[in-house]
Write a protein that binds this ligand. Structure first.
Ligand code: A3P
Length: 320
């Protein structure tokens, strides 16, 4: 390892046509050769799966007081799966092991801080192994497909995803600089953020689902709307049948306020994140984009979105 490479605020690089940083490409060979097991479960998301023409949509609407819970939902679904599989046998995990250790991040490579996703996944003592990735579908190592592993993809509407990712990039010093909102907005539209284009990501996984049946495609907005219902759907996909009581308990455990307070779920133990700038568990709402998008940005966004997504059958809700 080149010690100079373990830098804060890394540059964005073009990697097989996808914007990435070295933290997620340096271990490429080991990641691509990772040996998945048939019972591994891959949790996949795009990160933060997040007139004055300058007034925001919220000021325009004046009375925007509806605050229903919203991000991409990686951490949320990771906690749900961890509870479903290990909540009864090892309840202490929830308050003693950080979520990024329970559910390793496959492609991360930061050996100086002991974060090497492939090693962490290989050392996991529990079965099934729950593994997280932010890869676009074409980067997923081939053994996951060969082993017919189950995969849970969580997508979030583009506008909230953008806002959530913006705040994440502001506070996470191992991500490229967020810059100002106006600039960030343009970079999101152009796909110039880590892990590339949101549009390609959500569509690529959606397309894959049409031919690979072991993908459960979820929406962040549905989770916010009715967490219990989404846990039920997850259970049918996974072939689990927990009691109503256990499901209720899990639903309670993963409510935003509960997770926000749990240092083993809220990333407060990760030193590269500056919570003084923005907490990881920020708002957990659907529709927070209205506090960020100007009216002009909203129009520009919608027009571009229609073009980019015109051939897709994917439907998102930006409010619930
Ligand atoms: P916000 O920035 O909008 O608050 P990821 O885990 O994919 O990085 O996504 C992080 C986003 O998911 C953040 O969104 C975070 O608050 C939200 N989130 C995480 N757990 C949640 C929960 N239990 N309920 C609602 N939102 C949650």
């Amino acid at each position: 390892l080149d010690p100079d490479k373990t830098i804060l605020r890394p540059e964005l690089l073009d990697f097989h046509g996808v914007s990435m940083t070295h933290y997620f490409t340096d271990n490429w060979e080991a990641v691509q050769n990772f040996q998945a097991r048939p019972d591994d479960i891959l949790i996949a998301t795009y990160p933060k799966a997040g007139e004055s023409r300058n007034e925001t949509v919220v000021t325009r609407l004046k009375r925007w007081d509806h605050q229903a819970p919203s991000s991409s939902g990686t951490t949320w679904v990771s906690c749900i799966l961890d509870l479903l599989y290990f909540g009864q046998t090892s309840p202490e995990r929830q308050t003693s092991i950080p979520i990024h250790e329970r559910v390793p991040f496959l492609e991360i490579f930061a050996p100086s801080v002991a974060l090497v996703g492939t090693d962490q996944a290989e050392k996991l003592p529990t079965t099934p192994r729950l593994i997280k990735t932010h890869f676009p579908v074409q980067f997923v190592p081939k053994s996951f497909w060969e082993q017919n592993c189950r995969m849970v993809y969580v997508a979030r509407n583009a506008k909230d995803n953008m806002v959530s990712y913006f705040h994440f990039d502001r506070m996470n010093t191992v991500q490229p600089e967020a810059g100002d909102w106006k600039d960030y907005f343009q970079r999101f539209i152009k796909g110039k953020l880590v892990f590339g284009s949101w549009y390609d990501h959500v569509s690529g996984w959606w397309e894959k689902k049409q031919t690979y049946s072991n993908i459960h495609y979820m929406f962040f907005e549905d989770l916010v709307e009715d967490t219990g219902r989404e846990i039920d759907k997850l259970c049918s996909f996974l072939g689990l049948s927990p009691s109503a009581e256990v499901k209720k308990q899990i639903t309670g455990e993963v409510q935003f306020d509960k997770m926000k307070k749990n240092s083993m779920a809220n990333y407060s133990t990760v030193p590269v994140m500056d919570f003084k700038i923005s907490p990881f568990m920020r708002k957990g709402k659907v529709g927070d984009w209205k506090n960020h998008f100007t009216v002009a940005q909203n129009e520009e966004f919608d027009e571009d979105y229609r073009k980019k997504m015109k051939d897709s059958t994917l439907q998102f809700r930006s409010e619930i």
